[in-house]
Design a protein. Structure first.
Length: 721
């Protein structure tokens, strides 16, 4: 194998230096596509669903071609969204791009049976039958290639080496054999074969740029015109990250940054960049490849080992008397010191470059501290943040229906395969520093209770809190609309302890309603939750207790949370240093039981009385109903008794009639027949009497049933127990 590599390199070097080994002539790289003008990116809009909108704009003259470069990953999105507009007196005559077919398939279109990675022997073997000129030292021959063979040559003892031999058949029929070694040169003497070799080498060389797709747009027209090209493309999701700077007094400063990645096929030079916090519908359709029904592909979400907690948005706010007051100063008494982070904008005469923040195209949070001219530490004060807010250029914001746009005021430059940190907002916010306890967390959390009083929509992302002279913590936040409040937790509060205990009460009937034959009992299941909060610190604490909001459970009228979310009621307490406070939260769950009065029994009345579910008035009314039902049951029993007697007489009459049929007519038999006739007559009289009694009982039963129905329907009662 080493020998073959030596042969390959020797042949290639020979072809370059002396021209003796000319396996192919590569085509001229100055193709029409390469000579076309480049159409630069001028505008980029990035969305939260991983899609970007791109615009290219420029001038064309006459019938000119322009190029736009993409990556292979962009090609499908470009094919289904490409829009090309000639804004002058011209037209678009065509759009073409280099093939995306696999190299193996493109090589198959050549008349040269060579794979992607051939050895020298395999390559020469593919030229079998072609006219070659072979030279080895002083010996040379020309003719057609017969074969490439391997041969073992002994060197010492039993040792052998394998060499490749090339066989040439001359025009006179002579067969000449040459060993392929570093001194052997081979030249292709046929132009058509030489062209095929050149095509092969060009295709192999194109694999080095296999991820680049160059689209050529052909135009036709007169004079100079403006050309606009737009499309969408899959891009990395832009990410938001915030810095919350807490001064010694006044409102905190919220600074927002966006992390933008350029992974497309060309540089963004001085482009208009907009970042949209929204996800318009978009999809992937593989237009450049054969169609397969294996869509869509949905990746699994990635979960970090430790996930910072986000807090739900407010669903209900308490009245003005119980709501948390607006706070303009949240860190009274915070010790002074140096600030462990740097934000953009001139401060005390310093420029952005001096404090490590890029202007316009991005930048980031520095790792140094502010120092005065004498070298001492500088504490953040309200005036510093006022100047910073007034002088820093961020982004223009506007609502786009369900979307929200951050449009950078300065143009940006981001080269391909590079990323940038660009400023999107900077504003003072209303916030209160609190300690938050949630039953799902093992510790009390330090948090900012932020009220977004600005007109800006804050996109979701990470945030970093700077307080005093050091990093105070970080966390995650969901999108916050203007006028919305949100808890942003960022650290553990070791100075506050919370102990929660629960006490459940038995069910209690609170109301009984009887109407239209139905008795409804309203029952309440009650619970008490006691939260004991201890402030072990030397400074006051505002504590927010997040009490679970369970379906079906309601707070008593005595409990007024500061606000409620979909899952929690938030109660706000203020604790003095070294003090303990108790929060009692009472809840009830209403339960309604329904009974039909016509089905109420004595046993149920006894149960209701034992459980104190009815009062004496309701008991008396229910017993009247039961007494009427018992009277109807007695009449039913009488009717049933008469029916049984009639059935017994009928069976006895049938017996007598059978006996009479068996008599033959003797004097004794005649006397017996006469007795049977008397018995039948007496039984018939009794049956008639029983039928009359049943009719009377049925009338009484119907009257009693009507009385019961009227009694049940007319019973209207509502009692609070």
């Amino acid at each position: 194998m080493c020998f073959l590599k030596v042969v390959v390199w020797s042949l290639l070097l020979a072809s370059v230096s002396s021209g003796q080994f000319l396996l192919g002539q590569a085509p001229n790289p100055a193709t029409a596509a390469d000579s076309a003008a480049r159409l630069p990116v001028t505008r980029v809009i990035l969305y939260k669903n991983g899609v970007g909108y791109f615009e290219h704009a420029g001038q064309v003259r006459g019938s000119q071609d322009v190029n736009v470069d993409f990556t292979t990953a962009q090609l499908n999105d470009v094919l289904k969204s490409l829009t090309v507009l000639d804004l002058g007196k011209g037209r678009i005559t065509g759009v073409s791009y280099n093939s995306n077919a696999p190299l193996e398939r493109r090589l198959g279109s050549l008349h040269l049976p060579v794979g992607e990675n051939p050895t020298t022997a395999q390559f020469l073997d593919a030229l079998r039958g072609a006219r070659l000129e072979v030279r080895d030292g002083s010996e040379s021959a020309s003719g057609r290639l017969l074969s490439i063979d391997e041969r073992e040559i002994p060197i010492k003892g039993d040792q052998k080496i394998t060499v490749d031999q090339i066989s040439i058949v001359s025009d006179s029929g002579e067969v000449r054999v040459f060993e392929l070694n570093p001194s052997t040169s081979v030249r292709v003497a046929e132009k058509d074969v030489n062209d095929e070799v050149g095509k092969y080498l060009s295709l192999v060389a194109s694999t080095r740029d296999q991820d680049v797709r160059r689209m050529t747009i052909s135009t036709a027209g007169e004079g100079e015109r403006s050309l606009l090209v737009s499309y969408i493309s899959e891009v990395p999701v832009w990410k938001s990250t915030y810095r919350i700077v807490i001064p010694n007094e006044g409102k905190p400063l919220l600074q927002g940054w966006a992390i933008v990645d350029n992974t497309v096929g060309e540089d963004w030079r001085n482009v208009e960049l907009s970042l949209v916090a929204g996800a318009p519908q978009s999809f992937v359709q593989d237009l450049s490849q054969p169609y397969y029904t294996r869509r869509p592909v949905v990746p699994m979400p990635e979960n970090a080992m430790i996930t910072p907690q986000t807090h739900e948005a407010t669903m209900e706010e308490a009245g003005a008397a119980s709501a948390a007051p607006a706070v303009t100063s949240i860190v009274n008494g915070v010790p002074g010191g140096q600030m462990g982070g740097v934000v953009g904008g001139p401060i005390n005469g310093r420029s952005q470059a001096q404090i490590g923040v890029g202007a316009g195209s991005g930048g980031g949070m520095g790792g140094g501290v502010f120092r005065t001219s004498s070298g001492g530490n500088k504490q953040w004060v309200n005036a510093d943040l006022d100047r910073l807010e007034a002088t820093t250029t961020t982004a223009q914001t506007r609502d786009l229906g369900d979307l929200f746009e951050y449009k950078l005021q300065d143009r940006v430059t981001i080269r391909k395969n590079q990323s940038a940190l660009v400023p999107i907002l900077q504003a003072r916010i209303d916030a209160e520093k609190v300690s938050v306890w949630n039953p799902s967390e093992s510790a009390v959390l330090r948090a900012l209770w932020v009220d977004n009083t600005s007109a800006l929509t804050l996109d979701g992302g990470s945030f970093n809190v700077l307080e005093g002279d050091a990093f105070a913590g970080e966390g995650l936040m969901d999108p916050i609309k203007p006028g919305e409040k949100r808890l942003l937790s960022y650290a553990a509060d070791l100075g506050v302890l919370v102990d929660a205990k629960q006490k459940a009460e038995n069910q209690r009937v609170t109301k009984v309603i009887i109407s239209h034959g139905t008795m409804m009992q309203s029952t309440q299941e009650r619970e008490e939750n006691t939260y004991t909060i201890r402030n072990r610190d030397t400074s006051p604490r505002t504590v927010v207790i997040e009490h679970p909001a369970r379906p079906g459970w309601k707070l008593t009228d005595d409990e007024k949370p500061a606000e409620s979310s979909a899952s929690f009621h938030r109660f706000r307490l203020t604790l003095e240093p070294k003090k303990t406070e108790t929060l009692l939260v009472k809840e009830y769950r209403p339960i309604t039981n329904t009974y039909q009065l016509s089905n109420v029994t004595d046993d149920q009345i006894k149960f209701f009385l034992a459980q104190k579910m009815i009062n004496p008035v309701i008991e008396q009314a229910l017993r009247k109903v039961i007494a009427q039902k018992n009277g109807i049951a007695a009449l039913d029993a009488e009717v049933s008794s008469r029916k049984s007697k009639i059935s017994g007489i009928s069976e006895d009459q049938q017996r007598v009639r059978e006996n009479m049929k068996a008599l033959k007519g003797s004097a004794e038999e005649k006397a017996l027949v006469a007795r049977y006739v008397r018995e039948l007559n007496e039984q018939e009289d009794h049956v008639q009497s029983l039928h009359h009694e049943m009719a009377d009982l049925q009338q009484k039963r119907e009257a009693s049933q009507k009385t019961l129905n009227d009694m049940i329907e007319g019973l209207q009662m509502e009692t609070t127990l």
